[in-house]
Design a protein around this ligand. Structure first.
Ligand code: G3P
Ligand code: MG
Length: 242
């Protein structure tokens, strides 16, 4: 099962920062999950919340700042000075770094609360610029975003994010040409896993921070575990193989 670092190695480092991404790769994870949004001047940036209040020392919405303004804020705020000041990364900065790293990327379009105009186009443009199409997949709670991305770049796999279980997720995904189902792992049932298998849909579940849940995903033949602790997941998997 693929180990996917959720917002990078976010259990130990400031989420969605270059440091968290670099540390995730050091654990030997297979994939990095990150969230993208657009600034006021249409720069694709990596941040989970639509507001910057929780994770930075600033306040307000991402969409109300230019990147020049946004990068002044400290994205390591939550760690009480444990880490040096660091800026919210742009997706381009990430692409430039990840193109030489042995990992794939799960790019989540944050388009549920505010549907950024052109986010999918701009993200795909950057993936093409750095020849990353084969090392990327898309996910979103806003399935319209995925329909759009699939139309723009059919070869990049898409995974629908859901919190509450979707009873026939396999059928649903197959109708839209989506390759993956990304459920809340704690709510995934055997029946839905079976429905996905029947329709050839892969399951990557979130957010898997305990080993009993990781083991259960293995039993349900999931493809990936999206976790805040990629190092621990990888070590656990290796220990189980010994
Ligand atoms: O991709 C899994 C996960 O990122 C979905 O939830 O809110 O952490 O982006 P969230
Ligand atoms: Mg996410």
């Amino acid at each position: 099962m693929k180990v996917v670092a959720h917002r990078g190695y976010s259990g130990r480092y400031p989420e969605n920062t270059m440091l968290a991404f670099q540390k995730a790769v050091e654990t030997g994870c297979d994939e990095i999950e990150l969230d993208v949004q657009l600034t006021k001047d249409d720069v694709v940036v990596i941040l989970h919340d639509e507001r910057i209040d929780r994770t930075t020392d600033g306040a307000g919405y991402v969409r109300d700042y230019t990147y020049e303004e946004l990068k002044q804020f400290n994205a390591a705020k939550c760690w009480d000075g444990k880490y040096d000041r660091m800026a919210i990364p742009t997706f381009e900065e990430y692409c430039l770094w990840v193109k030489d790293e042995p990992v794939t990327t799960n790019i989540e379009f944050k388009t549920s609360i505010y549907y950024y105009e052109g986010l999918e186009e701009k993200t795909i443009e950057l993936l093409r610029k750095y020849h990353l199409e084969e090392k990327a997949m898309f996910s979103s709670f806003n399935h319209v975003s995925l329909i759009k991305a699939k139309k723009l770049e059919p070869d990049i796999a898409c995974g629908i994010l859901v919190d509450d279980e979707l009873g026939n997720a396999g059928y649903y995904c197959s109708q839209y040409g989506f390759e993956c189902y990304h459920p809340n792992g704690a709510k995934l049932t055997g029946a839905v896993a079976e429905n996905c298998a029947r329709h050839g849909i892969k399951i990557n579940a979130w957010t898997i921070n305990d080993m009993a849940l990781l083991e259960r995903l293995g039993d349900l033949n999931c493809s990936g575990a999206i976790t805040n602790f990629p190092g621990i997941c990888r070590a656990w998997q290796q220990a189980m193989q010994e």
